[in-house]
Design a protein around this ligand. Structure first.
Ligand code: COA
Length: 374
C-alpha cells in the first residue's frame, strides 16, 4: 500500500545541484558553499551567478552578468501603466504577482543573445522584480517613478527606487546580505510550486507567478510581515510573556518560529539577528530586538522551536525604513534567482510532477439519483 506523507514531509521529489538544507544539523549550502561561507563575503550578484552557472564568477564573468542584469532593468510601459493604475490599497505582493504575469505577455524571443531565451528571461526577471515592487510603492503614494539607473547594485537600486535617494553603503550592504541569505532554499513550497508548473512545460512567467502566490502565505514568506504585526500588537518587552502564553493557549502559530525542515536553529537567523541588533541600536529602538529575543527564548524553552529566517529579517527591514507590506516582496526579489535557477534546472532534466492521492471519500458504487429525487 502507498505511504501517505501529508505535506510531502520527508519525500525527496527530485535531485538538485542548487541548494541543500540539512535540517538536523542546521546547515544550508548553495551549490556546495555553506551559507556561513557566503554571507558577508560575496554579493547577491555573485550568488545569482552561482545559482545560474553553479560556480562563483571571476571578475570578468561577474562584470558580464552585472551588465546583463542592469541592461534589463527597464520594464515595459504597459506594466508601468498597470502599477500606476492598480488599487492603492492592493497588497504589493499581489501587484507583484500580477505584474510578473503581465511581463510574460511582453517576453518576446530574442536572437541576439549568447544564451537561451529561458536564461535571458531568468536574468530579466531577476533584474525587473525589484523595480516592480519599488515602482508600485511609489505609485500608491502618488510619487513619480524615477528612471532606472545602471550604475548601482541590485540591493542599492531597489532602495534607490523606493526612496528616490541612493542608499548609504551600510543600508546597501545590509539588504545585499539579506538577499544572499534568501536566494535559495531547496524544495521549499514556492520553489516546488515553480518546478511543478515548469514540469508541465509551461513558461517561466507562469511558474514564477505561481511561486509568488505560494510565497505570500503566512506559513511561508508571508511570515516576515506577520512578525512585525505581532511585535506591534505586543507593544513592549514587559508584555511579551503574557502575549506568548495566551497565543500558545489558543494554539496560534507564532510567526517567524519553527520550520518544516530545520529542527535546530535556521543558519540564516544568526546573520539576520546580528544585523537587527546593530540596526536597532543605531536607531535607538532596542525594544524590537528585546521583544524578539524574549519570544525566541520562550519558544525554545516551551516548545523546543527556533527562530527561522523571517523572525529577524522583519526587524532588519523595519530598521531600514521599509514598509511592512514590502517585506514579503523583498523575499520574492531575493528568491527570484533561486526560483528561476530551479525552473531552468527542471527543464534541463524534466519529468512531469504527478503524485498520487489516497482516496478517503464516500464508498465506491454510488448510484446517480435523478436530480428531483435527491
Ligand atoms: C513553518 C511551519 C509551517 C512548520 O510547520 P510544521 O512542519 O507543522 O512544524 P512541526 O511539525 O515542527 O511542529 C511541531 C509542533 O510545534 C507547533 N508549532 C510549529 N511552529 C509553531 C509556531 N510558529 N508557533 C506555535 N507552535 C508551533 C506545531 O503546531 C506542532 O505542535 P503539535 O505537535 O502540538 O501539533 C510552522 O513552524 C509555522 O507555522 N511557523 C510560523 C510561520 C513561519 O514562520 N513560517 C516561515 C517558515 S521559514
Amino acid at each position: 500500500m502507498a505511504v501517505v506523507s501529508k505535506g510531502l514531509e520527508g519525500i525527496v521529489a527530485a535531485e538538485t545541484r542548487l541548494g541543500e538544507v540539512r535540517g538536523q544539523e542546521g546547515v544550508l549550502f548553495y551549490c556546495g558553499y555553506d551559507i556561513n561561507e557566503l554571507a558577508g563575503k560575496v554579493s547577491y550578484e555573485e550568488v545569482v551567478h552561482l545559482l545560474f552557472y553553479q560556480r562563483l564568477p571571476n571578475r570578468a564573468e561577474l562584470d558580464k552578468l552585472t551588465t546583463a542584469l542592469r541592461a534589463e532593468r527597464e520594464i515595459p510601459q504597459g506594466v508601468i501603466d498597470y502599477l500606476q493604475s492598480a488599487p492603492k490599497s492592493a497588497r504589493p505582493i499581489d501587484v507583484m504577482r500580477t505584474a510578473v504575469s503581465m511581463l510574460g505577455c511582453y517576453d518576446t524571443m530574442r536572437h541576439d543573445l549568447d544564451m537561451s531565451h529561458e536564461q535571458a528571461t531568468a536574468i530579466k526577471l531577476v533584474a525587473q522584480i525589484g523595480v516592480i515592487a519599488a515602482y508600485f510603492h511609489r505609485a500608491r503614494n502618488g510619487q513619480s517613478l524615477p528612471p532606472v539607473r545602471k550604475d548601482i547594485s541590485e540591493a542599492a537600486h531597489f532602495l534607490y527606487l523606493m526612496t528616490g535617494e541612493v542608499p548609504t553603503k551600510e543600508a546597501e550592504q545590509t539588504l545585499d546580505v539579506a538577499y544572499v541569505l534568501h536566494a535559495e532554499h531547496g524544495f521549499n513550497a514556492s520553489t516546488f510550486t515553480a518546478r511543478v508548473v515548469a514540469s508541465t512545460l509551461s513558461d517561466m512567467h507562469s511558474a514564477i507567478s505561481a511561486a509568488i502566490g505560494a510565497l505570500k502565505g503566512p506559513l511561508h514568506g508571508g511570515a516576515n510581515e506577520g512578525v512585525i504585526h505581532m511585535l506591534e500588537e505586543i507593544g513592549s518587552p514587559d508584555k511579551v510573556d503574557a502575549w506568548v502564553e495566551d497565543a500558545l493557549a489558543q494554539k496560534k502559530k507564532i510567526m517567524g518560529i519553527g520550520h518544516r525542515v530545520y529542527k535546530v536553529l535556521d543558519p540564516r537567523a544568526p546573520h539576520l539577528r546580528d544585523m537587527a541588533v546593530k540596526l536597532t541600536e543605531q536607531l535607538g529602538e532596542p525594544k524590537w530586538i528585546q521583544m524578539s529575543e524574549r519570544i525566541a527564548t520562550i519558544m525554545r524553552e516551551r516548545k523546543s522551536l527556533n527562530a527561522n529566517v523571517d523572525f529577524y529579517s522583519a526587524t532588519v527591514y523595519y530598521s531600514l525604513g521599509i514598509p511592512t507590506d514590502l517585506f514579503t516582496p523583498i523575499f520574492a526579489i531575493a528568491r527570484m534567482s533561486g526560483w528561476t535557477a530551479h525552473v531552468l534546472e527542471q527543464w534541463s532534466e524534466n519529468r512531469l510532477f504527478r503524485p498520487m492521492s489516497e482516496y478517503v471519500g464516500r464508498p465506491y458504487g454510488q448510484k446517480v439519483v435523478p436530480i428531483d429525487e435527491r
